[in-house]
Design a protein around this ligand. Structure first.
Ligand code: UN1
Length: 507
């Protein structure tokens, strides 16, 4: 499978580079630190990867600064034309890219394809957007004056992404940044280097054809590289996706130089099931949200808050469904749950289960690490006596905690009673309950759904969350504004000079 993807994506060492140092041959740098990437599915070695040095990062940033001047001078729809070409290339390579996502991140085939589709969707969205980067014209209080705002490219953007969406989250940022006129310096998770190299190769080829090689550069490495990126004053915006801990240090570093950061950090998502819910629908939505991607989405469902009158029925149907889930090699047909990404993830899964038990939790199904090559664990449901401390933290694994409630007010209080605020859902057929959940006194999350699960958002909406999730918004709606600078302009086309607020200042 790897051979197939490597051949299609031209990842094999060749000694040739497309243009400049940005589509460099990642596997042939003896002087650089090399890591061997193993597949989470069966521990087999996938590739040896050279990491970028701090010097490499400097070169990338230098190149992006240089490319910025050319990119910002192009009309936005022309930039959209380039993004269209990138989107077409991604379409062409969809299967191979999905294969890499499966091999490297352990996603099942359908979800890996979905992730690549998310990139393609973002490209299409950005192409349309390139003709709609609109500013307002505002009524001026002065005669013969025009007041307006316009949006200009911001500058080179630093993009830090996580292993769990190794390519889609890059696209959320890069596709918008490029149509907005901003080059991208990408620091992906070192856990998924092949996915990022593949995408970079594809993008670099297209950009090189437009003499824009520096508009997309890649720096492969760990936190030291990320912090260096965050501290660079030439990057007016750092967009970072990952743990709350990572976000805190990135935000502090960027704030010290008064740069902007766009943060998409931990989620700890809850779903309320009310008595009037269609239980079969709820069961299926819960299954995908809690078990999909082996619980490693930032939108994964972690807390089920269910009305006591239907708790027994819903929970027993879930337990039954969990028992029949196929766990295994993510590329095998019929498998719904692939591996966790690494041993550390398995350890935190086991630790959370132990903590939950200590806090009075009862494991209803699952709870074990499967002892075979790869990092496989059983999807787990734990009934908790109340929302105890283990439920306040995000454990990136398929663990679903269940608590009961009597009144909707109580359910909302439990729901909002965690430090994170990304995605939320309610299942109900009661209009009042649904609207109450979506109201200003309802869910405190950036995403609030009715009768669908917490995960699997479309790219058309703005994606992100509140509180410890970091407040950033990416992908659709007006998220593009974060990648541009707003300029307010006042034009006097008269022959007098009236001052605002009626101030008089004449000799
Ligand atoms: C993430 O887990 O970092 O809404 C992003 C979803 C996906 C994106 C998740 N479209 O689940």
């Amino acid at each position: 499978l790897l051979e197939q993807a490597v051949a299609a994506l031209e990842l094999r060492p060749s000694g040739a580079s497309y243009s400049g140092s940005f589509a460099r041959d990642w596997m042939q740098h003896a002087r650089r630190e090399t890591i061997v990437k193993h597949s989470p599915a069966d521990d087999s070695p996938l590739a040896a990867i050279s990491l970028s040095s701090l010097d490499d990062l400097q070169q990338s940033i230098d190149a992006s600064v240089e490319a910025f001047d050319r990119l910002r001078s192009m009309p936005a729809p022309a930039r959209g034309g380039i993004v269209r070409e990138i989107g077409n290339q991604l379409r062409l390579h969809k299967e191979s890219l999905a294969l890499l996502v499966t091999l490297e991140a352990g996603k099942i085939t359908s979800e890996a394809r979905g992730e690549v589709q998310e990139m393609i969707d973002m490209a299409d969205y950005a192409v349309g957007l390139s003709r709609q980067l609109c500013g307002l014209t505002i009524a001026s209080e002065r005669p013969d004056h025009r007041l307006l705002e316009q949006w200009h490219p911001l500058g080179p953007i630093g993009v830090i992404t996580a292993f769990n969406f190794p390519v889609a989250v890059w696209a959320w940022n890069a596709m918008l940044a490029l149509v907005c006129g901003d080059p991208v310096v990408w620091k992906p998770s070192p856990i998924t280097p092949l996915c990022s190299i593949a995408v970079q190769q594809i993008v670099a080829k297209v950009l090189a054809q437009h003499d824009l090689a520096g508009a997309s550069t890649l720096a492969l490495g760990g936190a030291d590289l990320g912090m260096k990126l965050a501290s660079d004053e030439r990057l007016p915006l750092i967009s970072a996706t990952g743990s709350t801990e990572m976000g805190r240090s990135v935000a502090a570093t960027v704030a010290m130089r008064l740069g902007r950061s766009l943060l998409e950090l931990g989620g700890n998502n809850g779903l309320v099931v009310a008595p009037s819910a269609t239980l079969d629908l709820a069961r299926r939505a819960i299954l995908f949200a809690a078990v999909g991607t082996a619980g490693q989405r930032c939108t994964s469902l972690r807390r089920l808050i269910v009305h006591r009158s239907i708790e027994a029925e819903l929970v027993s149907s879930l337990v039954e469904a969990y028992r029949s889930i196929r766990i295994g090699n993510p590329w095998e047909e019929g498998v719904l749950v692939g591996p966790l990404v690494n041993q550390a993830a398995v350890d935190s899964y086991l630790q959370a289960i132990e903590d939950a038990r200590r806090e009075g939790g009862e494991v209803l199904v699952g709870g074990s690490h499967l002892h075979r090559p790869g990092n496989y664990v059983e999807p787990t449901i734990i009934r908790m006596p109340a929302q105890t401390s283990v439920m306040l933290r995000e454990t990136f694994a398929p663990i679903l905690y269940v608590v009961g409630y009597e009144e909707l007010e109580e359910a909302i209080e439990i729901h909002n009673g965690v430090p994170q605020g990304l995605a939320s859902s309610i299942f109900t057929s009661d209009l009042r309950e649904a609207e109450r959940f979506l109201s200003s006194r309802g869910s405190d999350c950036g995403i609030a759904n009715v009768n669908i699960g917490t995960s699997g958002a479309e790219i058309g909406g703005a994606f992100g969350g509140e509180k410890e999730t970091g407040g950033g918004r990416e992908a659709g709606s007006d998220s593009w504004k974060a990648y541009m600078r707003r300029q307010t302009c006042t034009i006097n086309y008269g022959t007098t000079l009236p001052l605002a607020q009626g101030v008089e200042f004449d000799l």
